[in-house]
Design a protein around this ligand. Structure first.
Ligand SMILES: *[C@@H]1O[C@H](CO)[C@@H](O)[C@H](O)[C@H]1NC(C)=O
Ligand SMILES: *[C@@H]1O[C@H](CO)[C@@H](O)[C@H](O)[C@H]1NC(C)=O
Ligand SMILES: *[C@@H]1O[C@H](CO)[C@@H](O)[C@H](O)[C@H]1NC(C)=O
Ligand SMILES: *[C@@H]1O[C@H](CO)[C@@H](O)[C@H](O)[C@H]1NC(C)=O
Ligand SMILES: *[C@@H]1O[C@H](CO)[C@@H](O)[C@H](O)[C@H]1NC(C)=O
Ligand SMILES: *[C@@H]1O[C@H](CO)[C@@H](O)[C@H](O)[C@H]1NC(C)=O
Ligand SMILES: *[C@@H]1O[C@H](CO)[C@@H](O)[C@H](O)[C@H]1NC(C)=O
Ligand SMILES: *[C@@H]1O[C@H](CO)[C@@H](O)[C@H](O)[C@H]1NC(C)=O
Ligand SMILES: *[C@@H]1O[C@H](CO)[C@@H](O)[C@H](O)[C@H]1NC(C)=O
Length: 787
């Protein structure tokens, strides 16, 4: 008995040792292949082979096991073979049992990748919780991954120089977003100036400035975001001079929240990110003329000055989608050692270059020629566009010199004129802002109206959205793309970049915006402000982490989260928001494009109507912008609107009815394409209602949580809302009371629209004729109403 249990104990101990050994130590002769990994003692880091998406190439890397957006398996902190990828998952990492070399062998058996060579025995490879991979023999460290950084600096890693060996530690960026090969940027430690330096192909683009009060001048301190900061170490002695950092965590934080991951990554555009926090430094907006660095931590902070081609005086690339209209000579340079910034620089230095394309990987396409015109259009690839180069012709220059002498006097006159104008404009805007005309009537609304519209600077929006990076794009609305952004103080925002075609005057636009910013209700998305910069017009909203209702409702895996209770409260919330728009906002806003995609959800799944008031801003000039969207979305539009162009609050009620039916059924209005089946969801619901089979409409995923009488009531109300005759539809105020009051008597619905005329109506609904727009203007422009 005793013997047996002892044996068992030994077995357990051996098994545990075995597991431990497999987890973070690789012994000489052992190996890991593409199906095994080493894991650090506390599971913080893993070492293994990984693939990048859609690629057969594999690499050996070290990554944070728990990082969501930072140095995870999709972008490891360290890569052993960034420039020599392995094919077909054939990689095997081993300490050769006879030679003791640390090698990666792969399908090309004759050319293993050698990480360390030198004879020896009893070697071990250990992965530690700081992310360092160390090759040891006895007590001696032979090799460590921290001495061969790729593009990431983990806490404790060194940047600098070892004077004994002349070894330098520096980071080298990836060449493309999904290509880890050595790229154009390096992050180095300048030990004489005691500052960090970002170089592009050897040329200094950015410096960190000096360390002052524990922070570098041009590195955004972490303390702005959370209760921790960088603790920078600058070591300088005979042996070595280097920079390193560790994290300093506020001891007030709970143990769980102290587990912050950190790791600086120099990305392929030369910017530095630390895990999921906003960019902390970088060069993407350094154009060589731009050294604006006050206040600190702006987008240009730390940029260096260098000589510019004369044709590029204070220009900047703009990211656009579209094409060049007239004859363009493409230059397709598919050189795989060219990354994004190589393209950017090559085009910048070529005065005949109007733009380039890189798509985040290697190779460039340049658009060259003379007098090219760019045509913006949504369905084209992203192009970085520069305004036309200035022609440098001798004759023109002489003429200019002569003429400018004559104009000397004139220009000084103009200057004074201009100053006067500017002054006038300034006061005009100030008047608008103080809202002398409106404030009295608005302040009687009873809501908290203190939040005036804020005007954000273009640079702050550019910084917050990482220059409208495609990673930050949330979607494409009817009025233009929407981006996620984050301000320096951590506030998250959604930026709607309005299409440029609104012809409305700036003054009117601002007036509109100020009015709309006054609308405040828990079920409306809050407009925080706007940004108007040359042609650009942007609206800044509060950010909604749960995206839109349709992303839940019509998604197989997420719709489960919408229990009946939630759905009912979403219906109620939308009703409240609409009621406010129609009745209590004083402005009578008719939304005109109410649909699941325009209902956003906050972190508690409360619904918030978005895009309200945009129709006002655009003055319903449907012909000028994305026509189908402004006029409405097919299926949600009331019949009188589709056929006669008459729009009223009851048309919003119709759209709300469609929305109710969608929420109940989890089906899209137009998801019925069988020729002999029902025309659409409205027809389907009506059919079931008449067969006394309304419960068949129910989304199966709420069958457990559903409260039957509430469900039935909602079907009933939904059908009332979609009645063919606008007059018969309830008002929002009736709807809200009928939703809440279980005993309220509800009239029976009559035959809804679209059930009688068949599919013929659909055709017309696509047709947005000018006559419709004219009557729209007449009927639905909202008015201020004295109450
Ligand atoms: C990795 O090694 C294990 C253990 O020897 C083996 O079972 C497995 O098939 C190997 N995987 C690959 C992809 O070679
Ligand atoms: C990783 O995340 C899981 C789940 O959130 C957690 O249980 C685990 O402790 C984390 N591991 C580490 C090393 O932080
Ligand atoms: C990549 O892998 C797929 C299967 O996973 C294979 O069909 C394809 O031929 C491979 N491509 C190359 C270039 O090896
Ligand atoms: C990788 O696999 C592909 C097809 O699966 C094969 O054609 C190719 O020769 C393999 N490459 C190497 C280097 O073994
Ligand atoms: C190795 O470490 C052991 C124990 O820590 C120590 O006694 C020994 O002197 C060390 N050997 C060398 C070569 O440093
Ligand atoms: C390091 O570089 C310096 C200057 O290039 C040279 O004089 C010195 O010998 C080098 N030292 C070593 C250990 O290579
Ligand atoms: C551009 O011009 C060249 C000659 O100047 C001509 O051969 C080419 O077809 C033109 N391309 C387009 C797209 O018009
Ligand atoms: C550019 O050249 C590469 C290689 O020659 C080719 O694969 C690619 O399709 C070309 N792209 C364009 C837009 O012409
Ligand atoms: C590709 O670009 C690199 C970097 O600019 C350059 O050094 C190299 O010569 C180019 N290769 C070819 C074939 O043009």
């Amino acid at each position: 008995m005793v013997v047996f249990s002892r044996k068992l104990l030994w077995l357990i101990i051996c098994a545990e040792l075995l597991v431990a050994a497999q987890q973070h130590i690789l012994k000489q002769g052992d190996f890991i292949n593409s199906s095994t990994t080493l894991v650090s003692p506390n599971q913080l880091f893993a070492l293994g082979f990984f693939h990048l998406a859609d690629s057969n190439l594999s690499y050996l890397g070290i990554w944070y096991t728990n990082s969501s957006e930072g140095l995870n398996v999709n972008h490891p902190a360290w890569i052993a073979n960034r420039d020599t990828p392995i094919y077909n998952s054939s990689g095997v990492l081993t300490i050769d049992s006879t030679t003791g070399n640390l090698i990666i062998s792969h399908s090309d058996a004759n050319n293993p990748i050698v990480l360390y060579s030198g004879r020896g025995l009893n070697r071990r490879l250990l992965l530690w919780d700081n992310g360092n991979l160390v090759l040891k023999e006895g007590n001696t460290t032979l090799w460590q991954s921290f001495d061969h950084p790729t593009d990431a600096l983990l806490p404790g890693m060194k940047l600098g120089i070892n004077h004994n060996t002349n070894w330098t530690w520096s980071l080298t960026s990836w060449i493309g977003a999904d290509n880890p090969a050595s790229g154009a940027f390096t992050l180095e430690w300048d030990h004489t100036e005691k500052m960090l330096v970002i170089k592009f192909r050897g040329k200094t683009y950015w410096t960190s400035g000096k360390l002052i009060n524990k922070n570098f001048e041009y590195i955004r301190p972490k303390v702005e975001f959370i209760n921790l900061n960088y603790n920078f170490k600058i070591i300088s002695n005979e042996d070595e001079e280097y920079f390193a950092y560790i994290l300093m965590v506020d001891p007030v934080l709970t143990p769980e929240s102290r587990r912050y991951l950190s790791g600086w990554r120099l990305d392929y555009q030369g910017n530095i990110f630390d895990e999921d926090r906003p960019q902390i430094a970088g060069v993407d907006n350094c154009y060589g003329y731009n050294t604006r660095s006050k206040p600190p931590h702006t987008f240009y902070a730390g940029c260096k000055l260098w000589e510019q081609p004369t044709c590029r005086d204070h220009l900047q690339y703009e990211i656009q989608t579209g094409y060049f209209e007239n004859n363009v000579s493409y230059l397709n340079d598919s050189n795989t050692s060219l990354g994004y910034t190589d393209c950017k620089v090559k085009c910048w230095e070529d005065c005949n270059c109007y733009g380039f394309m890189n798509n985040g990987d290697t190779g460039c396409i340049f658009y060259r020629g003379s007098n090219l015109k760019f045509h913006s259009s949504g369905n084209y690839p992203k192009i970085y566009v520069l305004p036309p180069a200035k022609r440098k012709k001798l004759i023109t220059m002489i003429v200019i010199v002569i003429v400018s002498l004559f104009l000397g006097l004139l220009s000084s006159l103009l200057y004074y004129q201009r100053r006067k104008n500017k002054q006038a404009k300034k006061t005009e805007i100030q008047e608008l802002l103080t809202l002398k005309g409106y404030s009295d009537s608005i302040n009687t609304m009873g809501d908290d109206c203190r939040n005036d519209l804020k005007f954000f600077s273009f640079t702050s929006i550019v910084a917050a959205t990482r220059n409208f990076s495609s990673d930050n794009k949330l979607g494409e609305g009817g009025f233009g793309p929407v981006y996620k952004g984050e301000f320096l103080d951590g506030q998250e925002i959604a930026v709607k970049r309005l299409s440029r075609k609104s012809t409305q005057g700036l003054t009117e636009l601002k007036t509109e915006l100020i009015l709309i910013a006054k609308l405040q209700h828990t079920n409306l998305v809050r407009l925080l402000g706007c940004c108007i910069h040359r042609q650009e017009k942007m609206l800044i909203y509060e950010y909604m982490p749960n995206k839109s209702l349709d992303s839940f409702l019509f998604n197989e895996s997420k719709r489960e989260q919408l229990t009946w209770e939630r759905r009912f409260s979403i219906i109620e919330g939308i009703a409240q928001g609409l009621l406010y728009l129609h009745k209590y906002s004083r402005l009578i806003i008719i939304h005109r494009d109410l649909k699941a995609a325009n209902i956003l959800l906050d972190q508690h799944m409360n619904p918030k109507i978005s895009d309200f008031g945009l129709a006002r801003i655009f003055k319903l000039n449907a012909a000028e912008i994305n026509t189908s969207r402004v006029v409405g979305t097919h299926g949600y539009m009331a019949p009188e609107y589709v056929m006669e162009g008459i729009y009223s609050m009851k048309s919003d009620v119709y759209s709300f009815g469609v929305l109710i039916l969608e929420i109940l059924s989890g089906r899209k209005i137009n998801s019925f394409n069988h020729v002999d089946g029902p025309l659409n969801l409205v027809a389907f619901a009506w059919e079931l209602w008449n067969r006394d089979a309304a419960f068949e409409l129910m989304d199966p995923s709420i069958s457990n949580s559903c409260i039957k009488h509430q469900f039935l009531r909602c079907v009933h109300l939904g059908l009332l809302c979609v009645e063919g005759n606008a007059v018969d539809r309830p008002t929002m105020i009736n709807l809200v009371s009928m939703l809440r009051n279980d005993t309220a008597v509800i009239p029976l619905p009559t035959r809804p629209a679209f059930c009688t005329g068949g599919k013929a109506h659909e055709k017309q609904s696509h047709d947005t004729r000018p006559s419709i727009n004219i009557s729209l203007n007449r009927l639905s422009i909202s008015t201020m109403e004295a109450r």
